[in-house]
Design a protein around this ligand. Sequence first.
Ligand SMILES: [Zn+2]
Length: 257
Amino acid sequence: MIVKTEAVILRSMRYRETSKIVTVFSRKFGKLRGIAKGARGPKSKFGAALEPMTFVSMVLYKHERRELHTISECEIVKLFPRLHADLNKINLGLIVVEFVEATVPEGEPSEAVFALLVEVLNELDLATKNIENVLYFFRLQILDLLGFRPTLHCCIRCRKKLVDIAPEEAAVSFEPRAGGVLCRNCSRLYPTRIRLRFQTVKLLRELLKRDASDVTTIELSDVSKKEMDEALALYARHHLVGLERLKTERVLRRLAV
Ligand SMILES: [Zn+2]
């Protein structure tokens, strides 16, 4: 079946002398792998269209019973030139695409995941300050889309509202495995809890609400960044099996930017 779809390139690997195998998140079919024959030849018609973090439109022959499809055409829709020209941005962008590659199941289309991916790459391209906030935003939003939105407004066990159980200046218990914050009473039952300042919990809530276009206006202290890194890395590790399965340690290390 010959199909056309927009896609974001997640990973690109050399294959044999002249070809490439790419993993993409496509708008119509979700995550899939395709082979681009002749993509590494000097006169390749694919040009830079198969580089990771590129938004493309592709034509592919989708095989019914095989996992590797054949890409016959691929054109750039958006290249994100500032993202590809800045080492720090490249590192953050690679974390984003590797995260999607490692965690999103194959063959399950999601308009929301596709839109988030394009939005986040676009924001990394445009951002001029607080660039790492885009990554925090991405991590929370993708957890939400994959069905693992953390509970941040009330105790995950007794459902008491957080404002009633902890003063704003206090630290709050957060239990990554159970999926959210805990009141003082319930926290004793969870030995693997970590402590977060109330302020950090509020930042996490903000990042779940905002559009990507405002996240770089938030100024984060080093303490908040450290707490968010720890909370999100532990949370993702407990909830996303793909992270355990695939090149786990590298992805997790890089999540803690
Ligand atoms: Zn409780």
